[in-house]
Design a protein around this ligand. Structure first.
Ligand code: FES
Length: 125
């Protein structure tokens, strides 16, 4: 079984595809350069990896962010203000300091996205 030397607490996927972040298509922007620079400056990549992805699928509710945890994925949509990305950065810093992925800040709770048809009720926290 392969074992990476780059084990992290988790990973953040920020969608930047055909719709998410595409201001040229009338969609909300993403402060991506700022986010990547701050993530790197804080040395967060070795704790919570940040990835910018192509289309993750639910284009009708941009901007989509997914949190990859050891026990599954959490999906969020309509992450359409810079303040959400600032909160995401703070959360990653706090998670790195705690040595575990913490719950996302309360402002993300109403942004939780039910991604799959057969999502068990207990997953919809
Ligand atoms: S471009 Fe983000 S879900 Fe399709």
């Amino acid at each position: 079984m392969p074992v990476t030397q780059r084990q992290t607490l988790g990973q953040v996927l920020v969608c930047l595809g055909c719709c998410c972040g595409r201001q040229d298509r009338g969609r909300p922007g993403i402060p991506l350069e700022w986010l990547k620079a701050e993530w790197k400056r804080g040395g967060l990549l070795k704790h919570v990896h940040l990835s910018v992805s192509g289309c993750l699928g639910p284009c009708d509710v941009p901007n989509v962010v997914a949190i990859v945890r050891p026990d599954g994925l959490e999906w969020f949509a309509e992450i359409d203000q810079d303040t959400y990305y600032a909160a995401l950065l703070d959360w990653a810093r706090a998670s790195a300091a705690a040595g575990q992925l913490l719950d996302l800040p309360a402002e993300f709770h109403p942004k939780r996205l039910t991604r799959f048809r057969d999502t068990p009720a207990e997953v919809l926290r």
